[in-house]
Design a protein around this ligand. Structure first.
Ligand code: 7TS
Length: 411
């Protein structure tokens, strides 16, 4: 049973969507970079700064207790979004996906990996889920291996089986490519990792905000994601980690709020999760991200995923009829989210992006922080249209008409 989104009601919640760009109503197709923010999130942010902008975990006074409760509530909203264990305290606030991956690499990886161990990832990763593993390999002496891609940038289960061997200790993959929208066979990857006793990390930056996620069903050890890609603020994100992994992980930031007892001789750490959240946190950001999680759950992650799949099918179909369009990614629709990357034959992607901008259409062009994937495709960059819950088929029609005009101008 699929209910469809009430798109005009959704759109009315996002003030940026009512803006005009270069004399045209804005078409915002850069959701892979960041999402727009709806009224409930804006109101939650403003409420913090206007009504109770005090520090948490400090005051005995009522307002500080209230702020602390709102912060805790935000953590609970994220826990519900990803279906983590209610009792285990497994959600840590960070600055975003990048910081979360680095925390695992430094706090867990340096403590557990050494020469002879293997870290496994893929060539399609965003740099944030690749460079920290390269650094960890360098510092720990472990070896970094990549699950090979098909020519079109997909991952076969055979490639998974062949790459995740008995020496694998950590397997870190993206749940969705930020370039092609491809969703790798995460369950097969997690199963192969579990079979050899490797710890797993899923990069959910492009996934958690667009699909239902249940970390207990998935059985991953770590899941990382960012607030700003899920209708929340910038500068805030999350690290989910299974309790056992948190117990065996070192903090990477030291200072206030993360300690139990400090003497001149040394210190002991606070309980989890505070142990991993040194200093005054991004209180407003956390509250805004929590409200964003509630907003997405109110709408329904299933509905959002279905809507984006529909938009992907429409754009793939419409662009597929233009013989000068070169799309990237060879996976079927059922293994794709709402991201479509392409080039126009013989045209630099930045030129296409600039001409789309002239028509009020915002896309991202370039290598999308995924240079190894560009190398794999043998290109320097793509034009990327990435969708979210508020995008429409009409916008895709405008986009396709604009691409046709641009092709007419440039060739
Ligand atoms: N992982 C993936 C799959 C991503 O898409 C991104 C950001 C990150 C990690 C890093 O997230 P951050 O919030 O810490 O920056 N991706 C993009 C993008 O595709 N365009 O701009 C940012």
């Amino acid at each position: 049973m699929t209910e469809t989104l009430d798109i005009s009601a959704v759109r009315a919640q996002f003030p940026v969507l009512s803006r005009e760009m270069r004399g045209h109503p804005l078409v915002y197709f850069d959701n892979g970079a960041t999402s727009l923010k709806p009224e409930p999130v804006l109101q939650a942010l403003e409420a913090y700064y206007r009504d109770y902008s005090v520090n948490i975990h400090r005051g005995v006074y009522e307002l500080s207790g209230y702020a602390t409760a709102q912060y805790d509530q935000a953590r609970e909203s994220l826990r519900r979004l990803i279906h983590a264990d209610p009792a285990a305290g497994e959600v840590i606030f960070t600055r975003g996906t990048t910081e979360s991956v680095n925390m695992v690499a430094t706090g867990w990886g340096l403590r557990h990996l050494g020469p002879g161990d293997e870290i496994v990832t893929t060539p399609l990763e965003h740099h944030s889920n690749m460079v920290p593993w390269q650094e960890l390999a360098k510092r720990s002496g472990a070896t970094l291996r990549y699950i090979p891609l098909t020519a079109g940038g997909s991952i076969t289960t055979e490639a998974v089986q062949e790459t995740i061997g008995p020496r694998a200790r950590l397997v870190a993959v993206s749940a969705m490519s930020n370039v092609t929208g491809y969703t790798p066979p995460v369950e097969a990857i997690l199963a192969a990792a579990r079979a050899v006793g490797a710890v797993t990390l899923l990069d959910g930056a492009q996934y958690v905000s667009h699909h239902p996620v249940d970390v207990q069903d998935l059985g991953c050890d770590f899941l990382v994601f960012s607030g700003h890609k899920m209708c929340g603020p910038t500068g805030i994100g999350a690290l989910y980690a299974r309790r056992e992994r948190l117990e065996e992980m070192d903090p990477v930031l030291f200072g206030g709020d993360m300690i139990e007892r400090v003497t001149l001789e040394g210190s002991t750490w606070a309980r989890i999760p505070e142990k991993f959240e040194a200093g005054t946190p991004n209180i407003a950001g956390a509250i805004g991200m929590g409200r964003a999680a509630e907003y997405l759950m109110e709408i329904g992650l299933d509905q959002i995923a279905d809507h984006e799949r529909r938009l992907f099918r429409v754009i793939a179909d419409r662009m597929g009829s233009l013989d000068y369009v070169v799309p990237y990614g060879d996976a079927p629709d059922t293994e794709r989210g709402g991201i479509y990357s392409f080039n126009l034959e013989g045209v630099h992607p930045h030129d296409v992006g600039s001409l789309l901008d002239q028509q009020g259409i915002a896309v991202r062009t370039g290598f999308h922080c995924a240079q190894p994937l560009m190398d794999h495709f043998g290109i320097s960059g793509t034009v990327r249209a990435s969708f979210y819950l508020y995008n429409t088929e009409d916008e895709i029609e405008r986009f396709v008409a604009a691409v046709e005009r641009i092709h007419g101008i440039l060739t």
